[in-house]
Design a protein around this ligand. Structure first.
Ligand SMILES: Nc1nc2c(ncn2[C@@H]2O[C@H](COP(=O)(O)OP(=O)(O)OP(=O)(O)O)[C@@H](O)[C@H]2O)c(=O)[nH]1
Ligand SMILES: [Mg+2]
Length: 184
């Protein structure tokens, strides 16, 4: 039974999901994407819910995925429109279904500007009030990696490891310790 629902939201969410899609057992984990059509999302074999320009999406369709789940994991980069707006709505939807929710979100690079950083930080705080646990990746730490590709590889490796530690079946509300990439 696919008992864990992962939502990968927006462009960064899609990038964060790559290793999970390759490595996680698909009989346990279902990965669905929420993206705008203009993202030119053309990867086959993915479940996709389109996000409209006004950032609405088919909540009822999303809810049908929650019916038989034991837990929800959200992945997004905060600071843009889609991830920052849709992620809290999904968290609340999952909580309305009495499901434990963990979120993995990034904060913008400092060069992206104060407006995006503020939007991202206030959304991260909002998520902390709704979710069981929020893991935050500070993109400014990318400067400690040799290249952006190496950084993304490390992010995705650490994300996979953390998700594999979450045991929704036996202890859904346990807390999982963050690390130097995804901090709690
Ligand atoms: N580490 C990392 N961060 C990313 C990546 N892509 C985007 N980001 C960060 O995530 C933030 C949001 O970017 P996107 O995910 O592209 O935005 P979106 O949620 O698709 O929203 P819109 O495109 O504005 O509708 C950016 O401001 C970056 O800080 C990625 O591949 N890796
Ligand atoms: Mg985008």
């Amino acid at each position: 039974m696919k008992n864990i629902q992962i939502f990968a939201i927006g462009g960064a969410g899609f990038n964060f999901s790559q290793k999970l899609f390759e490595q996680l057992d698909p009989t346990t984990y279902q990965i669905a994407h929420l993206v705008k059509q203009k993202e030119k999302f053309d990867v086959p074999n993915r479940t996709v819910f389109w996000v409209n320009d006004d950032l609405s999406y088919d909540q009822q369709a999303v809810e049908t995925l929650l019916a038989d789940k034991q837990g929800v994991i959200l992945l997004a980069g905060l600071g843009g429109q889609t991830g920052t707006t849709v992620t809290p709505t999904l968290a609340k939807l999952a909580k309305a279904h009495h499901l434990p929710v963990l979120a993995f979100v990034s904060l913008p690079f400092s060069f992206e500007g104060g407006k995006r950083i503020h939007f991202a930080k206030s959304t991260a705080d909002e998520l902390k009030n709704v979710c069981e646990q929020v893991f935050v990746l500070d993109n400014n730490k990318a400067t400690t990696s040799t290249s952006l590709t190496a950084y993304q590889e490390k992010i995705n490796d650490e994300l996979l490891k953390l998700i594999q530690k979450i045991d929704f079946t036996h202890n859904p509300y346990q807390s999982v310790q963050g690390n130097d990439v995804w901090a709690c």
